[in-house]
Design a protein around this ligand. Structure first.
Ligand code: MG
Ligand code: MG
Length: 282
């Protein structure tokens, strides 16, 4: 059986810049809408409008059986929440995942938000910290791509960052990393080989070298790692009811270095604490 190389040509990498930026714009459109009283479907509508306005289409809608542009996962939901009539409340932790396909190439990105407004301060502090740790672990994994040799080293960097945080300063809980859901290659399809585990594995995995494009997406809980799929057949929630957070970027390795395709600044701000400077794709 013919297997397409997981490494893309420089021209193919250039084709992935625009879908990455459109994906970022779709999440930018969602961000200001995160407030009490908004429904998760309203977020979906705003993201879809942005993607269509840029001449692209939602790649989530191309997934068999899925009709929405985003996955919106609230509180104990970690990933794959279906937008609908659920109304966001102050203090909710909301993970928003979306992607655009443009001229046959894909972007995929997720961010976690805390709904502003009048809410229990301790809960808000706990959720803010969970999101910060999850986002930090994503940047640690992305930063590793600039220097490590194999994909397995990315998972080690993600897990290492989370472990280095120790237990939650607010709740004392140890963070959990979802095991059944992983990052992935991305290109002509939103989900391509190879898998990118968010934890240490015995297998070093494929070599990191120019042409590799990966979606780095840690899914972290403020408690246990066990999850189940809700009756809607999509939503992934924690068994122990602990909160979840999901952050994701699509990242290219090219001859000049790394570039975060789904960040308008190529990841410069997020990578700075790790001493990594992204380089635009020439
Ligand atoms: Mg995603
Ligand atoms: Mg993904």
């Amino acid at each position: 059986m013919f297997r397409r190389s997981i490494y893309k040509t420089p021209a193919q990498l250039r084709s992935m810049v625009e879908p990455g930026l459109i994906t970022a714009a779709a999440l930018d459109a969602v961000a200001p809408l995160i407030r009490p009283g908004v429904t998760t479907l309203e977020l979906d509508t705003a993201a879809n409008r942005t993607i269509l306005d840029r001449g692209a289409e939602s790649n989530f809608q191309l997934v068999r059986g899925y009709r929405h542009t985003l996955c919106v996962s609230v509180n104990e939901e970690v990933v794959h929440g279906i937008p609908g009539d659920r109304v966001l409340e102050a203090g909710d932790i909301v993970s928003v995942d979306g992607g655009a396909q443009y001229q046959g190439w894909n972007g995929d990105s997720a961010r976690t938000f805390i709904v502003p407004g009048d809410a229990d301060a301790e809960i808000v502090a706990r959720r803010t910290e969970l999101s910060r740790v999850t986002e930090g672990s994503m940047w640690a994994g992305i930063a590793a791509m600039a220097s490590v040799s194999h994909i397995g080293d990315i998972g080690a960097a993600i897990q290492g960052f989370i472990e280095d945080q120790g237990p939650s300063a607010v709740s004392g809980e140890t963070y959990g990393i979802l095991r059944e859901y992983v990052g992935h290659g991305i290109g002509r399809k939103m989900h391509e080989a190879p898998s990118v585990f968010n934890y240490r594995t015995p297998d070093p995995g494929a070599e990191i070298k120019p042409g590799l494009v990966l979606a780095i997406e840690p899914m972290v809980t403020a408690g246990g790692e066990a999850t189940f799929v809700e009756d809607d057949d999509w939503t992934v929630s924690t068994v122990d009811g602990s909160d979840g957070s999901h952050w994701e970027h699509s990242v290219a390795v090219h001859d000049g270095g790394i570039w975060v395709l789904t960040a308008a600044d190529g990841g410069a701000a997020g990578l700075a604490p790790f001493g990594v400077t992204p380089t635009p794709i020439a």
